[in-house]
Ligand binder design. Sequence first.
Ligand code: AMP
Length: 474
Amino acid sequence: MSGVAFHAMVARASGALRTAGVIKGDRIAVQVAKSPQALAIYGASVAVGAVFLPLNTAYTPAEVAYFLGNATPRLFLCDPAKAAVLAGPATQHGCALMTLDGDGGGTFAEAMAGQPLTFQPEECGPDDLAAILYTSGTTGRSKGAMLTHRNLLSNAEVLAALWRFTPQDVLLHALPIFHTHGLFVASNVALLSGAEMIFLSGFDLNTVLRLLPRATVMMGVPTFYTRLLADTRFDRALVAGMRLFVSGSAPLLAETHREFEARTGYRILERYGMTETNMNTSNPYDGDRRAGTVGLPLPGVEVRIVAEAAGEVGVIEVRGPNVFAGYWQMPEKTAEELRADGWFITGDLGVMDTDGYVQIVGRVKDLIITGGYNVYPKEVELLLDAVPGVIESAVIGLPHGDFGEAVFAVLVGGDAAGALAAIAGDLARFKQPKAAVVVTDLPRNTMGKVQKNLLREQYKDWFAMPKQGGGPPP
Ligand code: AMP
């Protein structure tokens, strides 16, 4: 589809939104399959001055009902297959329901068909809301991060320039578009620079391998890269036309970084961001892309580490035009995390070296406090990952009668006792896992993040077992 055709699609979707009664400031909730039409509805939402509220396609009707009640959108778009179950919650919260399927069919598509091919956009200011993205919070209720036009535009401009996007680029887009990565980082940057997108409904290995030779840039979560590396068809010749591979949303193992370079000759560019802030840091385009780091603060974005002493691990805080306007209808939560002077407390723990490179060592909530001592899971995971046979690891804290929490390791590959013995010489005793298990896979969400909350739940009784040293749950 050409840029002109996409523009016409946005115009038609804008017309359909207006006909449906959507006016400036209204929320539009969308839980639909990824498609060019779905992206056009995002464009249309911006054009009519509405607030776009994309929802993960995996959310259950009960979860969707919470979002509809919390955000009270004027319009809710969902897949026709879910319309019957979701009609009740939509009516209850006073929003109209229309449908769109993955092939561009449904009542909203019908409403678009009769609309003109041009549209006069609503005037919006930089502080007007453009989107609300609910955080993928694993504790408590999801919070709606309010993102302004300034937030989105400033970040897209910075990234497009930093990563040297041009209209000649072809972005392989296999990310979901209900999340900041696929919707803002990938789509906004490509749209702003007039680049072409190969818009895939998801990451299918064979499809990606087939289409990579047509692309110049790929953006992905680390699992995309590990899955590519696991396939022998992924080689230098296949990516000869590429100029950039970007990774984010979850930590990229330094080993994956090195293996990728050995196989393809390219160094993956890792960046760091979050729903509330868009992107914060990036490794440089030219210059040293350091494995295991998320690079330097973006131009115009301030990053600081709030620690007891310089160079130590502390909480990462961020300030700049990228930082959101607060949580939707949660002034207390907003005040807890967004300081009055604009610094956002990310909840990530990190260190910054003297060159300004940031390294993330985990989330505050994943910090383990055992017998009064802090253990940063990442430090232990890095050592475990380096043990021959161990593919990856997740280190968590589990309730323990004596220590409060005890360090526990979940390994993929390797041998539990052997791995613990192998790292013992490199770690203070209190940091050493008191037990480990070997599993076939770590639980991950759609963005490739390891779901430590699920592991903590699964193994919560490990150290409560009567047998000394704990044991598997009954
Ligand atoms: P989300 O709001 O779903 O985008 O999640 C944001 C969180 O993902 C951040 O606060 C980090 O904990 C994590 N994250 C994003 N990018 C990276 C990265 N490159 N390395 C490590 N963690 C990351």
